[in-house]
Unconditional design. Structure first.
Length: 309
């Protein structure tokens, strides 16, 4: 990374830290949701952009992470910060377990398998034998945590700074991972799986690992959103969430780290802007904006900014 890039990154981080002290409450909440979606999109981008596996059901891992955090907070009384690694661990195991049998599938067949997972998850959360844990259709209501150590911060300000710290750590971890030998192996499998296997790379192991890491990131994003929203319910994790995550990856930039942030901004703000333009057909406006993004920036926002830079 050049000196200019380091300086720009430091300035952006300082601006991000100062943001909750310059903005109002709801804007801070929206920024927290942007960070949670950015973490989830980063996970999906590791799988799809860097490893070449298409997933249409990552909303299921987002829901699993959110419910893991909610159940641990509501049923077991765990502090909110302890639920983040727990949600990541649960989703990591679930991702590997799902990824191993899915290794026999490629392309559209893998996409259909993950699509089935995304469709089934809301129904599983409503299952009557799981209601003592999940709350069934009614969901679970959570308490928003206060700032620790008596810090003079509002709840929204502290949650934003907490989410920012988690996001920065996970982005740094992903950057180091993708620059390591394991990261190069993951990308090699995407570019040419037969050549990668001929070079001694264990495609099965790395694909399953990429699926597990992707699910872990997405689950942590879901846990952050559950803590910020203070509520989880099955209808909050419909199939449209999985489609929105994939749209965010494409809009932000497939195979880019910074694209996760741009995609998260699109997911949070474009639907809201579309509703402000027209209450009659907001999703028509959303579709038009999405088509414009695809035509004007086919490589995503991150790649366009990189070319211009």
């Amino acid at each position: 990374m050049s000196l200019v890039e380091r300086t720009a990154s430091a300035l952006l981080l300082l601006l991000a830290v100062a943001f909750p002290f310059l903005a109002e409450g709801y804007a801070v909440f929206q920024a927290t949701m942007v960070l949670s979606y950015a973490v989830a999109l980063l996970g999906l981008n590791i799988l799809t952009g860097y490893n070449g596996q298409i997933s249409l059901g990552h909303g299921a891992f987002y829901a699993l992470g959110a419910y893991t955090a909610a159940i641990l907070m509501d049923r077991f009384g765990l502090p909110y910060w302890a639920t983040i690694p727990a949600a990541g661990a649960v989703c990591l195991v679930a991702g590997v377990l799902f990824g191993l049998p899915a290794l026999k599938l490629e392309g559209l067949y893998l996409a259909l398998a993950t699509f089935a997972l995304g469709v089934a998850m809301p129904q599983l959360l409503k299952y009557k034998h799981l209601e003592p844990w999940t709350g069934g259709v009614q969901g679970l209501v959570l308490a928003k945590p206060d700032a620790p150590f008596g810090l003079p911060l509002t709840q929204d300000q502290w949650l934003y700074l907490f989410a920012l710290g988690v996001a920065v750590a996970l982005f740094a971890l992903a950057r180091n991972l993708l620059r390591s030998g394991a990261g190069r192996a993951i990308v090699a499998i995407r570019d040419h799986p037969l050549a990668a296997q001929a070079m001694g790379i264990d495609n099965r192991r790395y694909k399953a690992g990429a699926f597990g890491i992707s699910a872990m990131y997405t689950g942590i994003g879901g846990a952050l959103s559950a803590i910020a929203v203070q509520f989880v319910a099955p209808d909050s994790f419909t199939m449209f969430l999985s489609i929105s995550l994939l749209v965010g990856v494409v809009v932000g930039g497939v195979g880019t780290l910074s694209g996760a942030l741009y995609g998260a901004l699109f997911i949070v703000f474009v639907p809201t802007a579309a509703e402000k333009i027209t209450q009659a057909a907001p999703w028509a406006i959303y579709g038009v904006v999405l088509i414009l993004f695809v035509f004007v920036m086919p490589g995503g926002v991150a790649r366009l900014l990189r070319r211009r830079g």
